[in-house]
Write a new protein. Structure first.
Length: 247
């Protein structure tokens, strides 16, 4: 992007504060790869002159980017503002916070949350059938606790761990980044401590079948079983959602 284009994009946003427009322009350059991880941004006086903005405005824009974990500012002779290397855990936390706020404000429904979960978890299960290690399969086996021998909190925790391990077995970190915050929002908003023993027995049966398909390396079956399992979870989530709103 040329200097003229950068300045124009900032100047062309009169409806919002200048620091927000500058932050968006720099953010776009980072996300487009024009500014790469580890690259140093121009210093404040240079940015101020380039965009025709005060140094305090530039400083505020850099604070915004820093809060988004897109840049890191250091002091000293060799200091400055540097584009940060992507951090999966930070991205996951940001996604979780955004999803949590939207879910708390009822901006989307439990049905929509589960639809997105299916889009992530079903293909991940198919990949996991081909990629899961022996150790990962053993860890999945450990989550299959007998509902009659454990309390509801332990059962719910093991259930969540099964799905987390299933995603991890797909060996694609993007699945982890997308799924982890979604799982946490679902488990926080829709606690299943009051679910019936029959519900947990059905969950355990589904998990056993999915694990058997993983061990057999049958990706198509694993995906099919996972889709059916999530479909069976839907009514319980919907009932908990109705109960929460009724209260």
């Amino acid at each position: 992007m040329s200097n003229c284009e950068s300045a124009a994009s900032v100047a062309g946003s009169p409806a919002r504060p200048a620091y927000e427009a500058l932050a968006e322009d720099l953010r776009r350059q980072i996300l487009d790869g024009q500014l790469r991880a580890g690259e140093r941004l121009p210093v404040e006086p240079e940015l101020s002159a380039k965009y025709g903005l005060s140094r305090s405005t530039v400083r505020e824009a850099l604070r915004v980017l820093s809060s988004e974990h897109l840049i890191e500012t250091t002091r000293g002779v060799a200091g400055g503002s540097f584009v940060v290397h992507p951090n999966a855990s930070q991205i996951g936390r940001s996604l979780e916070m955004g999803l949590g706020l939207l879910a708390a404000s009822a901006r989307f429904t439990v049905e929509q949350l589960i639809e997105v979960r299916e889009l992530i978890e079903v293909p991940a299960a198919e990949f996991a059938a081909a990629r899961a290690s022996a150790d990962q399969l053993d860890e999945l086996e450990k989550t299959l606790v007998d509902p009659t021998d454990a309390d509801s909190t332990q059962i719910a925790s093991c259930n969540q761990r099964f799905h987390t391990l299933l995603i991890a077995a797909a060996a694609n970190p993007l699945f982890d980044v997308l799924a982890a915050p979604l799982f946490r929002v679902l488990s926080t908003r829709f606690a299943r401590d009051d679910a019936s023993p029959q519900f947990w027995e059905e969950v355990l049966g589904d998990h056993r079948e999915i694990l058997a398909a993983l061990r057999a390396k049958d990706g198509e079956l694993c995906a099919s079983l996972t889709r059916a399992h999530l479909g069976r979870l839907r009514p319980t989530y919907e009932a908990l959602d109705r109960s929460a709103h009724a209260n």
